[in-house]
Design a protein around this ligand. Sequence first.
Ligand code: NAP
Ligand code: MG
Length: 403
Amino acid sequence: MDKIAMTNPIVEMDGDEMTRILWSMIKEKLIEPYVELNTEYYDLGLEHRKETNDEATTQAAEAIKKHHVGVKCATITPNEARRQEYNLTTLFKSPNGTIRAILDGTVFRAPIIVKGIEPYVRTWAKPITIARHAYGDVYRAFEMPVGLGKVEVLYTDGFGVEKKELVHEFSEPGVLQVQHNLNPSIQSFAKACFNYALSTKQDLWFSTKDTISKVYDHQFKDIFNDLYEKRYKPLFEKEGISYFYTLIDDAVARVMRSEGGFIWACKNYDGDVMSDMVASAFGSLSMMTSVLVSPDGNFEYEAAHGTVQRHYYKHLAGEETSTNPCATIFAWSGALRKRGELDMIPELIKFAEKLERACVETIEGGKMTGDLAAITTIENPEKKNTEGFLEAIADTLKEIMSE
Ligand code: NAP
Ligand code: MG
């Protein structure tokens, strides 16, 4: 059998610890036997970020702008403990944050659905994808404690004209918070959401609290609505999908009664909170995928989890590990599928589907890693170690490929 050829490269970003070990195994055992893999490789492992003074991260992000598709391994975001472990002089920023800032992207998170790993909400039959706006609101808020007295906002516009408004007369001590956001950022977020809905052919929901926040949240609602009416409506109608705006509390109630299969766009705080709720209600963080979509059509795929440090230290100590590679495999399949779509290579799209099927069928056949064995409804699951589970997926894939 000839290997599937690729025309344009995928930007490949290697990472750290246990996921770095999974990374090379996934390529060697699952992809390279079938695909003439064409990647532009960037090493974002902390050692190499240190050697390049984090230039590697910026270069990788620029490469995604050029080639439009990237796949990223989980990476360490350095903290004080890591400074000592890796002998760092600077605490580099989170690579995900750096890449997101360069691409101006929105993150979409969706669970991998498998029979036997049942969501806690009985009606959820399809994935719920959460899109979180990643700028402003409470994350960039100004805060201070206040005593008795008057708080006012003073706005000086570009011509020096001042406008003063009373916030509150404090007759008792209290606390103050001032939030802001930027129209271009909200527009980018909205575009990424509409584009992703079109690219995955799923309905888009958006929710805020505009009945209470009649100016701030209402501005989000208006920006989404304007874009939809002026640009996206005919495209949505052509795909047979819909855009739906509702209040955040109504959205929460509807989500719990839904069967899934849609994208839920959330403001920054709502997305932060709701993505953790939805992820754990679907069963497992190790089965959560993530894709960064930029408003001008660049896609970066990754697993939602981190580098699984605890397993890595066990591995270094020579102990057996049982680390779940599924989210990282789905990052690869997502990138291969998108490459196939952009370059019109149907075999590559089909291969991505088969690779995903191989993961799902292996688990549904009772073979899984420890994290899933602990929560599955399948009787007598066979708990595999890291290598054993990858071998099992490779065996399933071999069968599927020979169909
Ligand atoms: P983590 O790597 O997500 O792991 C936390 C725990 O979740 C693990 O100890 C493990 O639980 C379980 N887990 C996560 N993924 C798993 C998998 N694939 N298979 C089985 N179990 C899995 O988070 P962390 O340990 O807090 O962070 C480690 C490093 O990752 C940090 O340096 C952080 O900066 C980085 N990080 C990177 C990203 C990213 O690049 N996108 C995201 C988050 C964190 P048990 O130990 O109970 O088995
Ligand atoms: Mg959170």
